[in-house]
Design a protein. Structure first.
Length: 260
């Protein structure tokens, strides 16, 4: 008989929602980018020191060359963070990711395609099949009212969210009926409600919804963000710490307001 085979896996691979900072490069000034990131690390080392960062070149035209991108990666490492991937964007970005040996994060693919579609371009991935255009131009045999969209219930989390844990509400609001501990993370594509102390991180509007808000009964958050705009605890007025607050965006500025 053949020798016994070891079928047990040496490594178990799972995929999940990962909260990684997205650094959108607006101007390719390596010295300024390094200085800005070093200042973020200095102000909040518990949050940003050796943090994983995705490089997003969607705001640049043209795409940086390989040598410049490698210099940028080294500059950010000197500043104290760790670039781990490029955000999906164009074919040039895809080629650049291969050249610098970094992965592309598919998580950002849908966001780029939605923005392209809003600008009038139709992504190739949603091109209609042959003959569909002719069928679309013909009048329907019977006019039917579109069904009303069904509202998706929010995610209700009843247990404390402890250090190292993450709760993600995809395409909906998140309500936590307990404490969010230091080192924990709550994320929602909609709004976040915390009926306890918020000591970790809360990221609302994770898919870009600027109207999302964060509400909490006792505010001690390490970091709060709405649609990517964030503040860390060191930037928050001391008189708001420990209070019931709401966090919202107004004119792309993050506002933290005490609740009555």
């Amino acid at each position: 008989m053949a020798a016994n085979m070891d079928y047990e896996q040496a490594g178990e691979l799972k995929f999940g929602q990962v909260g990684i900072a997205n650094l959108r490069i607006r101007r390719l000034d390596l010295d300024k980018l390094e200085a800005e990131m070093a200042e973020r690390v200095r102000r909040a080392p518990r949050l940003f020191a050796r943090a994983a960062v995705i490089l997003d070149f969607g705001g640049l035209s043209p795409c940086p060359d390989t040598a410049t991108t490698r210099e940028l990666i080294q500059a950010l490492r000197r500043a104290g963070v760790l670039p781990v991937a490029l955000a999906y964007g164009t074919r040039e970005v895809e080629a650049l990711a291969e050249a610098v040996e970094l992965p592309l994060l598919a998580k950002f693919r849908a966001q780029y395609e939605r923005s392209d579609q809003a600008g009038g371009e139709t992504p190739a991935t949603v091109s209609p099949p042959a003959g569909a255009a002719a069928a679309a131009s013909a009048p329907p045999p019977e006019a039917r009212a579109a069904p009303a969209p069904r509202a998706q219930a929010g995610l209700l989390h009843l247990q404390p969210v402890r250090s190292g844990q993450q709760v993600y509400a995809q395409d909906r609001d998140l309500t936590v009926c307990a404490t969010v501990g230091a080192g924990a993370e709550v994320i929602a594509d909609g709004s976040i409600h915390v009926y306890g102390a918020l000591r970790g991180r809360a990221l609302a509007g994770a898919s870009g919804l600027a109207s999302a808000r964060i509400f909490c009964r006792e505010f001690h958050a390490e970091l709060v963000a709405v649609a990517g705009h964030y503040k860390v605890l060191e930037e928050i007025p001391r008189e708001l710490v420990g209070k019931a607050v709401q966090i919202r965006l107004e004119n792309e500025k993050l506002l933290i307001e005490q609740l009555d």
